[in-house]
Design a binder for this molecule. Sequence first.
Ligand SMILES: [Zn+2]
Length: 281
Amino acid sequence: MAKTALLLLVCLLGALQAQTKKTVFLITDGEGVAGICRQEQVETTNPELRALLTAEINAAVDGLLAGGADEVIVWDGHANSSTLSAQTIHPKAKLVIGGLGRTMLLERGFSAIGFIAQHSKAGVRSGIMAHSYSSLGIQNIRLNGKPVGETETRTMLAGWFNTPVILLTGDVKAAEEMKALVPEAETAAVKEGLARYVCLSMSAAAAQESIREAARRAAAKIGKIQPYKISGPVTIEIEYTTRNSLRIDAAAALGGEVLDDRTIRYAGKDFLDAWTKARMW
Ligand SMILES: [Zn+2]
């Protein structure tokens, strides 16, 4: 009897531990790295980008673990997911390589997500290499009529899965986007955009230190920041660039409502429904 009770207690503690294990999922990009300001610098084969981005991610992993996270999973989210390597990623982090589709693994129910090396949405003045998913293909994305970029849509996606955003690193404008959505999220702005391809950057060492500290503060907020949720039906409009105007059979093939030659609108009962319907590429 005592043995059974003890076994039950051990099982219960195990389950409790699994529940309280704090796993942070990091969505990484390339345009928001300190010292990266020109378009050719964000090529995934650029050794400087690889080294600088990896070091910023590893600083974030360090900070998150120091701040109380138990596990950090890093998604190689820049371009075609070929910038990071298991050889150089933080020894205690896990790396996700490849495209993740619409739900981005968030159905796994992470404790929190963070953005590393993020840029601002298309059209933002002084946003370094500002764009929304595709700098050549997409002019604007609007959600319920309001312009949104990668930070907003992914924060909303995470919110749909009850996952809060605790951290963003990138340029000043990306950090402002994050704060406007989730004021409690920690940010590290590692460079200031003077124009699209002109920046005033911190040194790599200073940027990494700032990211480590922001990540440490962010990890301590796990469980204290609420997921970002939007209620009610959602429309997502994709406005393409001139050379990427909608194909002849857009309405039938893509399932949206064609608004003009370059703009299509998708409607859903909630964020995930609209998000799943929307075709961006
Ligand atoms: Zn991006």
